[in-house]
Design a protein around this ligand. Sequence first.
Ligand code: GAR
Length: 191
Amino acid sequence: MKLAVFASGSGSNFQSIVNAIHEGRLDASVEVLICDKPDAFVIERATKENIPYFAFQAKEYENKTAYERVIIEKLEEHGIDFIALAGYMRLIGPTLLERYPEKIVNIHPSLLPSFPGKDAIGQAFRAGVKVTGVTIHYVDAGMDTGPIIAQKAVDLEEDETEESIAAKIHEVEHAIYPETLQKIQANLSRV
Ligand code: GAR
């Protein structure tokens, strides 16, 4: 599986995917990072790992179609066949969805359909839920609405803070994203 990872921030999930590949737990390669924030820390991670990246700013393009066309050019240059969104804080538009049907997955820090969109961890904290979690799903045109592939619950204690919830969520994310990608990869290579 020739992967492109899309990310906007720190890139701890990007790193967990790369580490799983290094450690032989994920039979794939990250061929390129796509990043919409040129100063995001994930770019430093990619540089350290010698993974090429394409960084862009949406505001420099006329519209989503225009920058997604450029992204597709980059993906094609690298022979990408699967896309993992890892903290990419932008909706995927029809241009990319039509080029990579059922080949784009996302990780979201809640048990969808609860707490979609931005700040899912803060939403869960403010709602006072006792259980939250992580979801991996196929990407469709909606916001965090595509078919669910995997979920893992995280129990919350009485004295949680947003930070402590985030730490628990990230630990689960770093385990289940590579694991789930490996399952997808195994299924893809069977057909
Ligand atoms: C992760 O918690 C991911 O689930 C979340 O952004 C974080 C990125 O962290 N994604 C979303 O909220 C998507 N709606 P990272 O940059 O350290 O991987």
